[in-house]
Design a protein around this ligand. Sequence first.
Ligand code: ADP
Length: 278
Amino acid sequence: LNIQSNGKSYSELIRNRSKTNLYILLSAFFIMIIGTLIIIRNIQNTVKVAQLKSDFVRNVSHEIRTPLSLIKLYSETLMLGRLRSEEKKQHYYKVIHSESGRLTYLVNSILDFSKIEANRKTYEPEKTALNRLVEQVYANYNHTFKEQGVAHELVLAPEKLDVMIDPQAFSEALSNLIENAIKYGGENKYLMLKVRSDKRFALLDVIDHGIGIPLYEQKHIFNNFYRIEAALTQNTRGTGLGLSLVKHIMDAHEGEVQVHSIMGKGSTFTLKLPLLQV
Ligand code: ADP
């Protein structure tokens, strides 16, 4: 017995064995707790995703129903010949045109999103002068700026900044940011686009003086379907896809999208792209 117990007494052996058993028990207990926490977290995540998806379906239905009912109402009124004044007719045509534009934009975003999810979205990058492309997208919003009373400014980089991008996809990303800057622009809507460079990168700031985004929400806003509750209560229209599309597009171009925002003061979204080396 003395040989087997290495000179240790029985009580010492029992104490050691009990200690080992206690450690094993404690470890098993901790592993069980960690496992349970992981399972609870997974369930919470699944519930959250299901909730986001159902919100998304509701938002999309709402997004589709509103322009559709406007188009139906306005076109019926025009067809019945109830409008005498040419000015009013023009206004109705414009509404039909812009609402059908919204529908196209919405359907395109959803199609793009489903392509990205299925890894079927392809890009055709080409050498692009960033100043010129930004100027074009900005010019497309001239009418919207006037109509919605948005103060606006464009600051281009003094030098030519060439980047390798799919111009259509990049315009889509920029349009999403401009739409958001207007949508969440608060009382005095303001938008500034600023193209600049920093070492090996071209940067585009999209600046607004709107409602801002709380710090704790800033890491979530690029997730699929994610909408901030406060924004929802402010009756803005949206699907929660815009910023996730922006992120996908920037990632696909080896770029980045960053946000800097202060509640009540406004937000700056920055698109960052590697400059084309000459
Ligand atoms: P959507 O605008 O369709 O809700 P997005 O993915 O474009 O979806 O944006 C996600 C959320 O981020 C929005 O619901 C909104 O709460 C917030 N957000 C985005 N851009 C801005 C902005 N410029 N100012 C304030 N909040 C913003």
